[in-house]
Design a protein. Structure first.
Length: 66
């Protein structure tokens, strides 16, 4: 997992959200951390080839919640 730095960033963002009374954001960041850990644990094949990024972008444009 060479990209585990993203987990530290998400942890910091989640702590900020919790400290600043942003509970919904903190909840979403917690789920984002779990997703990032899962994908990084799989070797990042999905993230490396861009499929995960494209699906997430399409989902966001469509207004879908993960």
């Amino acid at each position: 997992m060479k990209n585990e730095w993203i987990l530290d960033v998400l942890t910091d963002l989640r702590a900020f959200a919790q400290s600043n009374e942003l509970p919904n954001l903190a909840d979403h960041l917690e789920r984002t951390q779990a997703l990032a850990l899962s994908e990084l644990s799989q070797g990042g094949d999905v993230a490396r080839n861009g499929i995960g990024v494209r699906k997430a972008a399409a989902s966001a444009r469509a207004g879908n919640n993960a």
